[in-house]
Design a protein around this ligand. Sequence first.
Ligand SMILES: [Zn+2]
Length: 298
Amino acid sequence: MSGRKIILSMCLPVAETLKPYQVNFRLFQLAGYGSVKSIPKREFPIYYEKEKKLFQIVVRMSDAPGSLMSILEVLGRKVNLIATSTYTLGDGTAILSAFSEPLSSTETIAGIQKALGSSPVTIESDVTEGKGGLLVDTFHSGLQVGGEDYMLLRRAGLSGVFDHIVKIFGTGGEVLLYEEGLAMAQRNAKNMNDLLTPEVVGPNTSYLIEFLTAQGWGVFEPTAGKGSHEGTVKMSHCFECEHGSTVRKHCDFMRGYFEGSANFTLGVSMQVEELECALRGDKACIYRVTHRKKSGQA
Ligand SMILES: [Zn+2]
């Protein structure tokens, strides 16, 4: 049947005729057309939907034009996709990992694997079934960003660690957090220089700050000041303060982080003060970056 070859909903005028060959992303149904507002990326190391039958599908396929389409066509006959991630392995192959719910309640692991085997681009596949509406990603082991190993951490969890440090050590804890921010920024900046070279990092620092936003640290609005490299940075949705605190009144880690980044990148000694902070009732945190005054200077 030639109709089976058509899987994209935009190819067919009537939604009813799509079933069961559509590739249905439930999240995409909400999106519509036009510009898309910035949102946090959805990662799916775990998914729960009460008593729902769920499968994780992992396919290694040839990394050639049309490969992904071929796999989606096969999967569209078997499952609704809840989430997917796709990436090249750089060796002529690519991975598709998907969380999905079957179109039929009698669907099996073997049934999905057989369907995947019918595509000429499939090299190997692995399908696992969840338990009682729960599906955990049993294929991946952490994240890789720019060749570096990363892990996911709850923002509120980390903020809670900061609270605990200040509860135990008081103002000494605040100094500790500032020093940790300073040290981590210098290590990260060195790492970024090694990865991209200083020639690339130097002129692109205000663009590279978006990298922190993409990682979920917060949203940054830098404004240039009068002196060279001086200015302010407004930070909203800051991981250090967004979840509130009963003991902290400022974002000491981020103040250290800004200072460490500026010192390393500019090669001069900068000083950072946090003028406003969400922990003190302000709308966002505002940092002022200035050259550090030499001792004895007014
Ligand atoms: Zn703050």
